[in-house]
Design a protein around this ligand. Structure first.
Ligand code: CA
Length: 673
């Protein structure tokens, strides 16, 4: 979510609520921070539901509850429970109870007594399987949800995050268009379909990803969210999903049958397995910073007030711009976030996590997240948005802000520096950037090239966004020009380059992505940009229909040259460790900027067979102006990799150096051994 967009989480009312009418919580916290902060916490892995050979156990963390009960239902729609179990207060803020037998196939809700009244039913905060629309938790046998070969399933091994090439996608965008040739449109299963072809015969789906060469897909929220009514999927509803309900169960609308709680779990695992079999990792977009509902959220109904921050008057504080913000500095919220991502890593073999509005969380929590995930699988990596959407009671120095990333060694943040400098301001559509001819962004591009690390030739005082080298290492930076937020690159170029031809705009797109993919740090791209997908100029498409959001796969045919450019760019990066240095010291030592003083021109070399590269020197010259530029290339035996909107990782030709013309709006890359 973008820091200026506070409306994408606007909640839709889900129809068909089965909740029994109960008194609402007070809209304002009546429990003091002092009391909330001193409550006991519980880090056990057995919260809410455990099924053994002969019993089913319920455990709810709710330290201030006056009583807790579990309603057990025979079906998701049964109007009344078949059994009600009173839980007994136990250690560390928990309440416990059990019933004989394995209750597979049944559903349950918790209810707590608070302020002498029974609150509404809730599936709890740890429901791992849920009925349609996530109103009731389901009891299923997880051992029956694994696809064949799951025991040996593994994501790609990754030594450093900088070796990743991240592709951000929404399930519907990627497969729902009539031209996709995919059967399971808009579903997890879309990514399991081999040999899918567009109506014009180009590879789509997972084959397209393999052809492109990305290492990881980053899937937009895929936990159970609120805004799509799973009971009415024929209506083709669309939402990004930044309104979480059940953090530990998959979203039902991406399954082929949300009525059966096992299906979404099985199908999400099938998706992960298919991607892993293709050598591609899976990153989940996680949104622990706020919930879709306030007083009626599962957090509020299990432990009122505890999981949220409040203003001095007791009202919800709102750093998310969505009506509330969670309180990761409280021990049980921290435990929740850490154990939730660990659960996804273990049960679903997830390879990475992208934290929405990460700066709402505290640095200590994020460090614990990274540390405990790395213990499960050292290849897992974590990155997030190092900003908030509004102010927070959490002190600035504790926030997981971009500016504080040096205090989070294993966490990466999105570089809004490079994003805005390359293409122009994200919210001012007409604004241009370095790649589209606007002068004054050169130093910020250089900040991007060195991944916001300290470099003797980069003057941070001239940076547009950040004024100091905030990253301690390039492994802390995610480079991008666009993502699901704001205009797609295609639309941004159209709006900021009025009167231009599509050919000119694609030249700018190539230059923009060349900057991203050759810069130090980790490259990130938005699905479909490689074939010049647009969103019809819609800035904030969080609930726009498929007609805006779906990728038209016939574009792959039309824009084959652009697609090939991306493919070669990715190949270049993957074949050459010089673009993937891991320390600030290496960057400072190996990157040397040339003295060019013309606007929209940057020239630099990556020297010394950097990071073990076979190439002794890589020279990257970026011309963002609409005129050609003359540069003096040192004499030598150069192989040309990129020139005038063309690229070939194996070489386009050769040069002996000397006076060299750099075509308008293009990157020139030459290398020597
Ligand atoms: Ca849902």
């Amino acid at each position: 979510m973008n820091k200026t967009i506070a409306v994408i989480c606007a909640t839709a009312v889900v129809s068909g609520s089965l909740m029994i009418s109960a008194p609402s919580l007070s809209a304002k916290s009546t429990i003091s921070d002092k009391v909330l902060n001193s409550l006991p916490s519980y880090n056990g892995q057995d919260l809410e539901l455990q099924v053994s050979n002969n019993s089913t156990y319920f455990t709810l963390w709710s330290p201030l509850a006056q009583a807790v009960k579990v309603n057990i239902y025979d079906t998701n729609n049964a109007p009344t429970p078949s059994q009600v179990v009173e839980l007994t207060q136990s250690a560390n803020g928990t309440w416990r109870g059990s019933v004989p037998g394995q209750l597979y196939g049944k559903f349950y809700t918790f209810q707590i007594k608070h302020g002498s009244e029974w609150l509404s039913e809730t599936p709890g905060v740890w429901a791992k399987a849920v009925g349609v629309n996530g109103k009731r938790a389901a009891i299923i046998d997880f051992s029956k949800t694994n696809p064949r070969g799951w025991e040996s399933d593994k994501g790609p091994e990754l030594k450093n995050i900088t070796d990743a090439v991240i592709y951000e996608m929404h399930h519907r965008d990627f497969s729902v268009h009539p031209t996709s040739g995919i059967v399971n449109k808009g579903k997890f299963l879309a990514l399991t379909e081999d040999n899918a072809l567009s109506t014009l015969g180009d590879a789509t789906g997972i084959d397209h990803l393999k052809e492109l060469g990305v290492t990881h897909v980053h899937i937009l929220p895929s936990y159970d969210y609120n805004s799509v009514d799973e009971a009415n999927l024929t209506q083709n509803q669309y939402n990004w999903g930044y309104d979480p309900i059940n953090y530990n169960a998959p979203e039902g609308s991406y399954s082929t049958n949300p009525m059966d709680p096992s299906v979404r779990i099985k199908e999400m695992k099938q998706m992960v397995k298919a991607l892993h079999d293709a050598g591609i990792g899976v990153i989940m977009d996680v949104v622990y910073n706020h919930t879709g509902a306030n007083d009626d959220s599962n957090f509020s109904l299990t432990a009122p007030d505890y999981y949220y921050r409040h203003r001095p008057d007791g009202s919800y504080s709102d750093a998310s711009g969505c009506g509330n913000e969670t309180a990761s500095e409280r021990q049980q919220m921290q435990n929740f976030i850490v154990n939730s991502v660990k659960y996804w890593a273990k049960e679903y073999h997830i390879d990475g996590f992208r934290f929405d509005l990460m700066a709402i969380h505290d640095t200590e929590t994020m460090n614990r997240v990274a540390r405990e995930l790395k213990e499960i699988n050292p290849s897992i990596f974590v990155y997030g948005e190092g900003w908030t959407a509004g102010d927070s009671p959490l002190p600035l120095e504790r926030r997981a802000l971009k500016e504080n990333v040096s205090a989070m060694p294993e966490i990466a943040v999105f570089s809004d520096d490079i994003r805005d400098a390359v293409k122009g301001h994200y919210s001012n559509a007409a604004d241009r950037g370095f790649a589209t001819g606007k002068p004054g962004n050169e130093e910020t591009i250089k900040i991007g090239i060195v991944a916001s690390t300290a470099h003797p030739q980069v003057d941070y005082s001239k940076g547009n966004n950040s004024k100091f080298a905030y990253a301690a290492a390039p492994t802390q930076i995610i480079n991008y020009v666009s993502c699901h937020d704001d205009l797609t690159l295609t639309d941004k170029l159209a709006k900021s380059m009025p009167g231009s031809t599509e050919e000119q705009r694609q030249r700018a797109a190539k230059l923009a992505q060349t900057i991203v993919f050759t810069s130090q740090g980790t490259p990130f791209m938005f699905a479909g940009e490689e074939i010049f997908r647009d969103k019809k100029g819609v800035h904030n498409s969080y609930k726009s229909p498929d007609s805006i959001n779906a990728i038209d796969w016939t574009l792959k045919h039309k824009n084959a040259d652009l697609f090939n450019y991306y493919k070669e760019l990715i190949k270049l990066r993957k074949n050459h460790p010089a673009f993937r240095m891991t320390t600030a010291q290496d960057i400072a030592k190996n990157i040397k900027f040339d003295n060019v003083s013309e606007p929209n021109l940057i020239s630099y070399s990556i020297l010394n067979n950097a990071n073990g590269d076979e190439w002794k020197e890589i020279k990257v010259i970026l011309n963002g102006s609409e005129e050609s530029r003359m540069v003096k290339l040192p004499k030598g035996d150069w192989t040309i990799i990129a020139s005038d909107g063309n690229i070939n990782a194996a070489g386009l030709g050769s040069s002996k150096g000397g006076k060299t013309e750099i075509a308008p709006t293009s990157a020139y890359i030459v290398v020597r051994k």
